[in-house]
Design a protein around this ligand. Sequence first.
Ligand SMILES: [Fe+2]
Ligand SMILES: [Fe+2]
Length: 346
Amino acid sequence: MLVIENIVNDNPTLQRYDWPLVKSFNQLDTKLLNFINNSREEKKRTLANLVRSTDSHGAFLNNHLGTIYSYFYGYPDSPCYLNSDVDLELYIQEAKLILEFSFIHEWLKIVEAPFFTSQKDAVSHLKHLAMKNSGILHELFNFIEREASKEAILEFLRLEVLRNEVVDDEVALIVVGLQGNMKKVMVSNLWDECGNGNLTKFHTYWLRQLINSLLDWNNFIRYRSEKQPWFSKISSNSFNSLLFRPQYKFRAYGHFLITEAWVEPHFVKILNGLERVGLTQSDIQIYFSAHTKIDPHHTKEIITAIEYQSPALTLEEIREIVIGAYQAIEANLQQYKRVLNYLKSF
Ligand SMILES: [Fe+2]
Ligand SMILES: [Fe+2]
């Protein structure tokens, strides 16, 4: 429970900026508008024609899904912000579902998850997978740690802010539809995201500090709309492709497990890279340094809740968690390899 004074008197300086830092909605991108206005069959045909080129297909899916998800979060960049338009919402929903199908099944092509014959085997597979997979030691993070130029690191930080700017909302969406231990740990995770009730400890407040001391508020808004590369949206889009779908709630949980487990190994290398190029102020590093301490515990919470969920999860439910974990790995590998090539050009 919060003490009322904690609400009345909690007004740190950087809280005065809107968050997330978005431009107000103006108009839909023409390509997306054309897609939305197409019939269902034409939509599927448009995507089928793109399948041959992984990059064109990926750019189309990821740019448009990114725009569409902003509609669901309801910040001022949403086409439906303070605007009640049922037809527009119906069109957006249809486009979203068709884009998501193509994203998950035609573009990502996640590997087939194994079937399990016992609960114990399923949980131990998941524990093992969370700690040992091809994303943990990805060379992108070695590059950041040892080689990336200061300019490349600044660009990487911009992408990190964008990737994480609404993680608290994403976590809030996982809470829905879970009960028992699994709900408990996701609420605990959300409460941590919300600084345990202190605005300066919101994880997004640490991103505010990072923008304020390094990335510049005005430039950042422009960067998002003009420069953010499509492949830096893959990770968030993959997570969001599950979060709004009732049939995928366990997949979303498994997806989150993997990305939480990666935080500590990745952020330690990012911090070493920041030190190497002289970005040593605590305002710049706090987002990363704080998470290296918090997220190993979050990972443990998430796994333990699966193991001790009551009533126990069925084999099918656990397999769904595993499928979500595989999706997280595949989606992030797709992102990391492209971001690595991109940063090498700075
Ligand atoms: Fe966080
Ligand atoms: Fe976390």
